[in-house]
Ligand binder design. Structure first.
Ligand code: HMG
Ligand code: MG
Length: 301
């Protein structure tokens, strides 16, 4: 299969990235991050999460973030919603889209959202109905698609089952999450081939954490399989509170460099993105997790 000519990036740094920071983050910094990402040309930004503040304290201010940003036309600002209550809060906050999240592993489902996979799908039903009434697009995540921190290997057919169920419920796109970043390219290709028996490839997205340094290779493998939507996190921010040792998503700057090198259009300005990442890293006092950003910014200095 030939490579796509265009890729849509879903920037998850303000959610997947910041949700894992233990330190308090100023609301102004969260807002500035989202605005900087939109200014760099990203059109799809996951800006927060309407989950229990006891489970993920860092996302408690998501409504304030959405109230504070300067909305750019053409940009979709989305948030995670685990249940109807989350959806109602997200609607109140004026999101353009929400995302539900299920897992391909029973143990991870229990640890992450405190219920079985089937219970989670049932819980999404009223949420999906309410979203449809509001014409709100819903994206679906499946976690642990290439391995689980508690169960190890996960069968691609287990992922396909959940991806199909979420699609039948009304999710317009399924983001396949390598939550702990253990996948390698051949496993990624097998996974996509299996999931694509039930779903068109245009409805699939890749969400690779970079724990084992395989994310870019897995993205390339996914591109060869016809996937053209990828989630990434500026400066490689983040991890997962329910997957010990997992690092952040692949850095958006690194994905951009790969895609532009392949002649694939994204509409995103790499230099501006790198500057946005560097700014939030400085505010958090953390090292920049993007090798491309480090190289670019060092070159400029
Ligand atoms: P629960 O304890 O089973 O359910 O939590 P509950 O209904 O009994 O609620 C517990 C408490 O949360 C109650 O408060 C509720 O009111 C409150 P209390 O009475 O104890 O004071 N609550 C809420 N508060 C705010 N907003 C809500 C909400 N719902 C209930 N929407 C629940 C179930 C799903 C709520 C909980 O397990 C939870 O919030 N989990 C969040 C997990 C999470 O956010 N994980 C990280 C995101 S997923 C991820 O990172 C993976 C991904 O990136 C893809 C990948 O990498 O694979 C997407
Ligand atoms: Mg994630």
């Amino acid at each position: 299969m030939s490579l796509p000519t265009q890729v849509r990036l879903v920037e998850v740094g303000p959610r997947d990235g910041l949700q894992n920071e233990a330190q308090a983050i100023d609301l102004a910094d969260k807002i500035r991050l989202v605005d900087d990402l939109a200014a760099a040309g990203l059109t799809h930004i996951e800006a927060g999460s309407f989950v229990s503040p006891k489970w993920v304290p860092q996302m408690a201010g998501s409504a304030e973030v959405l109230a504070g940003i300067q909305r750019r036309p053409g940009v979709r600002y989305s948030a995670l919603t685990p249940n109807l209550r989350g959806l109602e809060a997200a609607l109140q906050a004026g999101v353009d889209e929400v995302a539900v999240f299920a897992a391909a592993s029973e143990s991870f489902s229990q640890r992450n959202i405190n219920c079985s996979i089937n219970e989670s799908l049932q819980r999404f039903e009223p949420l999906m109905e309410a979203a449809a009434r509001h014409n709100l697009p819903v994206r679906g995540y499946v976690s642990c698609v290439l391995g689980c921190p508690y169960e190890g290997d996960i069968a691609p057919t287990a992922v396909a089952r959940v991806a199909k169920a979420l699609t039948e419920m009304g999710c317009y796109e399924i983001s396949l999450g390598d939550t702990i970043g253990v996948g390698t390219p051949n496993a990624t290709r097998r996974l996509i081939e299996t999931v694509a028996r039930d779903l068109p490839r245009e409805r699939l997205a890749g969400h690779f954490h970079d724990t084992y340094g395989q994310a870019l290779a897995n993205i390339y493998a996914s591109l060869l399989e016809g996937v053209a939507v990828f989630d990434s996190s500026v400066a490689g921010l983040g991890g997962c509170p329910y997957a010990q040792g997992a690092t952040g998503n692949v850095a958006s700057e690194d994905v951009l460099y790969l895609l532009h090198g392949l002649g694939i259009a994204t509409g995103v300005d790499l230099q501006r993105l790198a500057e946005a990442g560097q700014r939030i890293c400085q505010r958090l006092g953390r090292a920049n997790g993007s090798r491309v950003a480090r190289a670019l910014l060092a070159g400029r200095a």
